[in-house]
Design a protein around this ligand. Sequence first.
Ligand code: C2E
Ligand code: MG
Ligand code: MG
Ligand code: MG
Length: 292
Amino acid sequence: HARRIGPGMVQCYDPAMDSRALEILQRERLLREAIATGAFVLHFQPQTDLRTGELCGLEALVRWRHPHRGIVGPQEFIGFCEARGLISPIGRWVLREACRQMKAWLDAGWPQVPVAVNLSALEFRQRDMVAEVAEVLQSTGLPPSCLEIELTESVLMHPEDGAQDTLNALKALGVRIAIDDFGTGYSSLAYLKRYPLDQIKIDRSFVMDTPDNADDVAIVTAIVQMARSLQLQTVAEGVETQAQVELLRALGCDICQGHVVAAPMEAAALAAWWEAWQAGGMARARRSSPPP
Ligand code: C2E
Ligand code: MG
Ligand code: MG
Ligand code: MG
């Protein structure tokens, strides 16, 4: 059961390797099937204005309806799909479905807020984003200002890939551009002035230990101040506590996204959340207005 793999090297038969290879093939088969049958679903997470509490955006987050395991999160399959060349059909579906759903909500009278779609660096480089986005906006009828593309810093670190042209062209369509997971990439701040950006999303890792951790408070403070002077909107990601909300509000951060407001949820559940949130807002407004 031994085979030669090079001069003087012998590899012993390793049944674990076969089972790993089998697992990868099995996984790939399942994902191809999922793509063919449309076994994906979008969850949406609201973003709210830290001053007014109003809804000011939604982020679309993809999930896989696994045949045996129920709903599976993107961390478990996006990277795999990229490696196996399966990401494009999923990304295209996400973009179209997010735009379709947002347009339906606008038609139902929801405020004109953007829906954010995540694009990995690989997707951004591989696909003709501009033509695709233009076509999807056209065919769904979503106003361009109601679409936001979330990119990570790694996309912007390789200007030789034509990121500049692509971003300028997306911007010319009227689409918004956000930098996701800000502060976690191999970042040079130079790109902040080079590219036509609208928003910076402060990574959850800087938010989660505030307000107790003084270093994290300093980092978040600095990011918010820099973003403000560059006239970029700031979103805090992964906000879980009221104490974090108070801190972020005091620092002048614009937007809150996290479990303290709501976790990502299916479209129907989000619609129910939106009803309740509006009612809560009206109740808050009534409480703060003087009695008749
Ligand atoms: P992300 O874009 O930074 O999305 C935020 C992640 O934080 C989401 O995880 C969300 O569920 C989670 N989150 C939100 N609020 C809280 C909170 O208060 N506490 C904690 N602990 N977590 C919170 P999710 O949905 O598992 O997505 C993970 C990542 O997968 C995303 O990070 C994004 O990079 C990627 N992703 C999601 N959907 C897509 C997609 O359609 N295409 C691509 N290329 N990537 C996607
Ligand atoms: Mg994101
Ligand atoms: Mg994010
Ligand atoms: Mg993030």
